[in-house]
Design a protein around this ligand. Sequence first.
Ligand code: OFO
Length: 170
Amino acid sequence: MLHKKIVELLNIQINREFYSSYLYLDTSNYFYDNSLNGYGNWFDIQTQEENAHAILFVKYMQNNGERAVLEAIAKPDIAYKSFKHAIDEAYKHELFISKSINNIYWVAYELRDFKTMQFLDWFVKEQGEEEKNVDELCKRFELFGNDPRGLYMLDSEMAARTFTPPSLVL
Ligand code: OFO
């Protein structure tokens, strides 16, 4: 049995993970629409990762006798003003998600819910990696993205990203 506060926060997190997936699909669309297919691919993969994260939360609830409540997913409505703006928004979003996961961790800690803390350990680490990856995306864009040849090279690099399903075993 999970505490009702944990159930409530996990349900919110499921929606946030699905929203992340939706947001990055929109970002991917934006880049494809601007012929930066490598960045489009990078955000496509991110979309798949976020979707997988949402499912992991759903599974965790199932494994603990709880049925996840699937709420409506908000419309991603950021009007990107530039390529850099789109990447910066992704970084901002990752910081928000890290905060959200840390908050569940904190509540689990207060409730001495060691099982949920252990489940969340993987996500805490994953968010650390995602923050680093998107921060690197921002920095590399600042360095090379304003030069057409630099941008072409960056975009080609982004095309190489592939999806690896999460390694977390529930
Ligand atoms: Fe779900 O990993 Fe980032 O947001």
